[in-house]
Ligand binder design. Structure first.
Ligand SMILES: [Zn+2]
Ligand SMILES: [Zn+2]
Length: 554
C-alpha cells in the first residue's frame, strides 16, 4: 500500500545567499525523507519556495539601490541553482511572487473574514517622522523586553525566539535613521488566534510522535495564551489585501508566507502534474504532512498555520513538524550580518555535494545544537567517506573488475560468516529505513556506516586479494558477498548521498535510477556485467582547513 506524503520545507527569504545552517536545519532532512519515501514507492509531494515579501527583501533592496523584485529574482535563480547542485529534489520550488500565490492567499484571507476569524481595528502604528513612512516591525530595533538582548527586531527576538509587538521593545528606534518612532492611527485586519487555542491544545495532545523540543515549545506557548495578531501592514510590497479601502496595505508576510505550502501545491498540480485538482491528494484525508524547519520557525508551523487551516476547513493539519535546532560554525552562532557563515554557493563551487550532505547528516542538529568545523569536515570526509565506505566500494569493484572479467563472480557454498554478514546488512537496511521514517536521520546514517564497517572487517578477514592465488573459488565467494553488501549500502546511503549511490548503481551494472529499485536487497546475479569503477570520493588535503577557516567572518 503506497502512502501519500506531503513535505513542506521552510521558505527562505529572498534577500541573501543560503548558508549551511538552513541546509542542516530544513532542506537536507526534508530531502532525505523525500528520497526515502520515493524509493519505498510512496507518493511524495515536496514543495517550498522563496519568500519574496516582507521587509528582509525591501531592506536589502534599499541597501543595494535595487527594486525588491530585482533582489528576489536574483536570489530565486541562485537558490534553484543550489538545489540542483546539492541534489535537493523539490517537486516544485517556487516563490511567493506568483499570481497563483496571491490568489490562494487572498482566498484564505476572504474565507477567514467570512467566517469571522478576521476583524478590522484601528491601531496606532510606528511611523518614522524623519523617513516619513510607517515602519514595519523589522524596521524597528531595540532591546528585547524578555531577555534584554540589544538589537532585537520589532517582530521577534532572535536571541530568545519570543514574538512581540514592536512597542514592547526597550529604546525602540528606526533602523534606517535611528530616530525613535512616533505612533499614528491606521486601520488593520486582525486574526482571532485565541479562538483556536482549545482546539490546538487538544490537537497537540495527539502528537506523541513530535520531538520533545517542538512539543514543549508549542505547549508552553499555547498555555501562556494567544492574542489577536494584526495580519495587514502599511507597506506596498506584498500580496494586496482583497478588501476595498485597503489599497495602500498588504497582507503581512507571516500570514501570507505559510500559505505558500498550499499555493505551491496548487501550482504543482497545474503546471507539473497536469491535473489542476491533483493537489487535493496531498491536502485531504489520509495524507501525512511533514514540515521541516529550524527552531525559530516552530510556532508558525505548530500554531499559526494550523489555526489558519482550522479556520479555513477541510485541509490536513501537520502530521509532524520535525524542527531542528541550530548549526553553529566553528563554535559560534551563525550571523549573516557578520559573515559568520559558510555560504552554500561558495561550498558548491569548490567541493562535491555528497561530502557536505554526509557531514550535515551525521552531525545533524536534531535534538541539540551541533557544530560545523572545517577540521571535522576534512576528517570525516577522509576517515569515513573515503577510508570506510569509498574504500570498500573501490577495492572490491576494482579487484573484481580486473580479476573476474568485469563480471559479478559465481559464489561457492556460503559459510556461516558469509550468511551472518548478509543478515547483518539486511537488518541495517531495514533499520536505516525505519529510522528515516521516524525522522531520526543521524542514527540512520550511523547505522548505514556501521554496515560498511562490518563489511570491511569481513574482507580484512577473508582477504580475497591474497586468497585468490591459492583458492579462486573462496575469493569469488567473499567478493560476491561483498558486492551484495555494496549494492545494499547503495540503497541505504541513497537518501543521504544520492550522487555517489547513483554511481555505485552504474558500476554494479544496473541501468536506470537507484530511486526506482525499491528499499530492498537487489538481486545481483552472478555473471552480471559491471562497469569500470572510479574512486567514489576524493581525499581532501589538510591545508584546506586553514584556508577555509580564514574565509569565515571576513
Ligand atoms: Zn529576547
Ligand atoms: Zn527613520
Amino acid at each position: 500500500m503506497s502512502e501519500k506524503i506531503f513535505i513542506g520545507v521552510a521558505w527562505p527569504y529572498a534577500n541573501g545567499s543560503l548558508h549551511l545552517g538552513q541546509i542542516a536545519g530544513a532542506n537536507l532532512p526534508a530531502d532525505i525523507f523525500a528520497r526515502y519515501h520515493r524509493v519505498k514507492g510512496n507518493e511524495v509531494l515536496m514543495v517550498s519556495g522563496s519568500d519574496q515579501h516582507g521587509t528582509p527583501t525591501t531592506i536589502k533592496a534599499e541597501q543595494e539601490g535595487k527594486t525588491p523584485k530585482e533582489i528576489a529574482d536574483f536570489y530565486q535563480k541562485e537558490f534553484l541553482d543550489c538545489w540542483q547542485k546539492l541534489g535537493i529534489a523539490f517537486d516544485l520550488y517556487t516563490t511567493t511572487g506568483t499570481r497563483n500565490h496571491a490568489e490562494v492567499a487572498q482566498d484564505i484571507f476572504l474565507k477567514l473574514l467570512e467566517k469571522d476569524y478576521l476583524y478590522k481595528d484601528t491601531v496606532s502604528q510606528a511611523y518614522c517622522p524623519k523617513c516619513r513612512r510607517f515602519l514595519p516591525d523589522r524596521y524597528i530595533e531595540g532591546t528585547c523586553p524578555f531577555c534584554h538582548t540589544p538589537g532585537a527586531r520589532g517582530d521577534q527576538c532572535e536571541a530568545c525566539g519570543k514574538l512581540m509587538d514592536a512597542r514592547e521593545l526597550i529604546d525602540a528606534h528606526c533602523r534606517i535613521c535611528g530616530t525613535p518612532p512616533v505612533y499614528k492611527d491606521s486601520e488593520q485586519f486582525f486574526l482571532r488566534l485565541p479562538a483556536f487555542r482549545d482546539t490546538l491544545l487538544d490537537w497537540i495532545k495527539t502528537k506523541t510522535q513530535w520531538r520533545s523540543n517542538v512539543l514543549n515549545f508549542t505547549t508552553r506557548f499555547l498555555e501562556e495564551g494567544l492574542i489577536d495578531r494584526a495580519i495587514t501592514r502599511d507597506i506596498d510590497w506584498g500580496v494586496p489585501v482583497p478588501v476595498e479601502g485597503f489599497d495602500n496595505k498588504r497582507i503581512y508576510v507571516w500570514f501570507e508566507a505559510v500559505i505558500g505550502y498550499l499555493s505551491a501545491s496548487k501550482q504543482w498540480a497545474k503546471e507539473i502534474a497536469g491535473d489542476k485538482d491533483k493537489w487535493r491528494d496531498f491536502w485531504e484525508d489520509g495524507v501525512k504532512s511533514y514540515y521541516f524547519l529550524g527552531k525559530d520557525n516552530i510556532i508558525f508551523h505548530t500554531i499559526i498555520w494550523p489555526a489558519m487551516l482550522l479556520g479555513y476547513g477541510g485541509l490536513a493539519l501537520p502530521y509532524d513538524v520535525p524542527s531542528n535546532e541550530f548549526l553553529t560554525i566553528e563554535g559560534r552562532k551563525i550571523s549573516t550580518s557578520k559573515n559568520w557563515a559558510v555560504w552554500l554557493p561558495d561550498y558548491l563551487e569548490r567541493y562535491d555535494p555528497d561530502p557536505l550532505r554526509y557531514i550535515l547528516s551525521i552531525n545533524m542538529p536534531e535534538t541539540s545544537d551541533t557544530d560545523f568545523s572545517w577540521r571535522e569536515f576534512v576528517r570525516r570526509n577522509n576517515d569515513e567517506l573515503v577510508a570506510t565506505y569509498g574504500n570498500l566500494v573501490n577495492r572490491v569493484l576494482t579487484f573484481v573488475y580486473r580479476n573476474f572479467d568485469g563480471k559479478v563472480p559465481e559464489p561457492g557454498e556460503l559459510s556461516d560468516a558469509d550468511k551472518s554478514l548478509i543478515k547483518n546488512t539486511i537488518s541495517c537496511l531495514e533499520q536505516t529505513g525505519e529510522l528515516i521514517s521516524k525522522c531520526s536521520f543521524k542514527q540512520a546514517i550511523m547505522t548505514a556506516m556501521s554496515a560498511a564497517r562490518e563489511a570491511n572487517r569481513y574482507l580484512d578477514e577473508k582477504s580475497p586479494w591474497k586468497v585468490i592465488k591459492e583458492d579462486r573459488q573462496a575469493a569469488a565467494t567473499s567478493l560476491y558477498i561483498a558486492i551484495g553488501v555494496i549494492s545494499q549500502l547503495m540503497t541505504m546511503f541513497y537518501p543521504f548521498l544520492p550522487f555517489s549511490s547513483q554511481k555505485v548503481h552504474e558500476y554494479l551494472g544496473f541501468d536506470g535510477k537507484v530511486e526506482d529499485c525499491g528499499w530492498q536487497p537487489l538481486p545481483l546475479p552472478p555473471g552480471q556485467k559491471l562497469r569500470e569503477p572510479q574512486p567514489l570520493f576524493t581525499k581532501l588535503d589538510e591545508s584546506i582547513i586553514d584556508e577555509e577557516t580564514k574565509r569565515i567572518g571576513t
